[in-house]
Design a protein around this ligand. Structure first.
Ligand SMILES: *[C@@H]1O[C@H](CO)[C@@H](O)[C@H](O)[C@H]1NC(C)=O
Ligand SMILES: *[C@@H]1O[C@H](CO)[C@@H](O)[C@H](O)[C@H]1NC(C)=O
Ligand SMILES: *[C@@H]1O[C@H](CO)[C@@H](O)[C@H](O)[C@H]1NC(C)=O
Ligand SMILES: *[C@@H]1O[C@H](CO)[C@@H](O)[C@H](O)[C@H]1NC(C)=O
Ligand SMILES: [Cu+2]
Length: 212
C-alpha cells in the first residue's frame, strides 16, 4: 500500500471550535480518508457478528489524487485540502505480507506524524525525505534484520516503509499518535480475516464483557 498522511480541512458545520484556517476546521487523513469512529456498535463486534453498515471495507491502496506530496507550494491549494469523513477500513487476508509506504504531505503544513499500529509489530525497511521514489528507494531497503517497531515517526516531508505479517485476526487501528490528530481523522483500521485454524480465529467476546 501507499498511504499519504497529513492534515487538511473540513467544513465547520456546527463545530464550536470553528473557524480555523480559511474559515474551516482542521481535519487530517490517510489517503484522503478522514477517519470517523462509528457510533453504536464497535468495529470488532461488527466484524465478529457480521454486522454491515458500521464500517466500509474500501480504504484505498493508493491516494486517489496524485500530486507533488511534499512540495510546500501546494500547501494552501484549496482544491486538495478538503478531506471527506468516513469509517473506511482495509480488509486483509489472514497471513498476508503487508508493505506500506507512509508518505507525509505538505498540505496545510509539513509535520512529523508518529504512526502507530495496533495488533502487530512491523519491520522498518527504509525512510527518507521528499517523495518516495518507487524505482530507486526499494534498492535502499534494509532486509537484513531490520528494526522492529510498533510506531514509526514518518520523517517531516518524507516517507517510511514498513512491513508486517497479518497473522492476528480482528480489527486493528492504525493512527497518528499525536493526540490532537486522532479526532481530526488521521487513522484507519485493518480488518484481518480469520485463518484456517481455531488458533487463528477471533474468539467470541468474553461472557463478562462490560456493557455500556
Ligand atoms: C459470520 O460469517 C462467517 C462467514 O460467513 C461465519 O463463519 C460466522 O459463523 C458468522 N458469525 C456469526 C456470529 O454469525
Ligand atoms: C515554489 O514556488 C516558488 C515561487 O514561485 C518557486 O521559485 C519554486 O521553484 C517552487 N518550488 C517547487 C518545488 O515547485
Ligand atoms: C480529497 O477528496 C476531496 C473530495 O473528493 C477532493 O476535493 C480533494 O481534492 C481530495 N484531496 C486529495 C489530496 O486527494
Ligand atoms: C502463515 O505464513 C507462514 C510463513 O509463510 C507459514 O509458515 C504458515 O504456515 C502460514 N500459516 C497459515 C495458517 O497459513
Ligand atoms: Cu499526526
Amino acid at each position: 500500500m501507499f498511504v499519504t498522511v497529513g492534515v487538511g480541512l473540513a467544513p465547520c458545520g456546527g463545530n464550536a471550535t470553528c473557524p480555523g484556517p480559511f474559515g474551516q476546521r482542521f481535519s487530517a487523513s490517510m489517503n484522503n480518508e478522514s477517519f470517523q469512529l462509528p457510533t453504536g456498535l464497535s468495529m470488532l463486534q461488527a466484524f465478529f457478528f457480521n454486522v454491515s453498515g458500521v464500517y466500509t471495507p474500501n480504504f484505498p491502496d493508493a491516494p486517489p489524487v496524485k500530486f507533488d506530496y511534499t512540495n510546500a507550494n501546494i500547501s494552501s491549494d484549496l482544491s486538495l485540502l478538503f478531506t471527506p469523513k468516513s469509517t473506511s477500513v482495509k480488509v486483509l487476508k489472514y497471513n498476508a505480507t503487508v508493505q506500506i509506504v507512509l508518505q507525509n504531505t505538505a498540505l496545510l503544513a509539513v509535520e512529523n506524524h508518529p504512526i502507530h499500529i495496533h495488533g502487530f509489530n512491523f519491520h522498518v525497511l527504509a525512510q527518507g525525505f521528499g517523495n518516495y521514489d518507487p524505482v530507486n528507494d526499494p534498492k535502499k531497503f534494509n532486509l537484513d534484520n531490520p528494526p522492529v517497531r510498533n510506531t514509526i515517526g514518518v520523517p517531516v516531508g518524507g516517507w517510511a516503509v514498513i512491513r508486517f505479517t497479518a497473522n492476528n485476526p480482528g480489527v486493528w487501528f492504525m493512527h497518528c499518535h499525536l493526540d490532537v490528530h486522532l479526532p481530526w481523522g488521521l487513522a484507519t483500521a485493518f480488518v484481518v480475516q480469520n485463518g484456517p485454524t481455531p488458533g487463528s480465529t477471533l474468539p467470541p467476546p468474553p461472557a463478562d464483557l462490560p456493557k455500556c
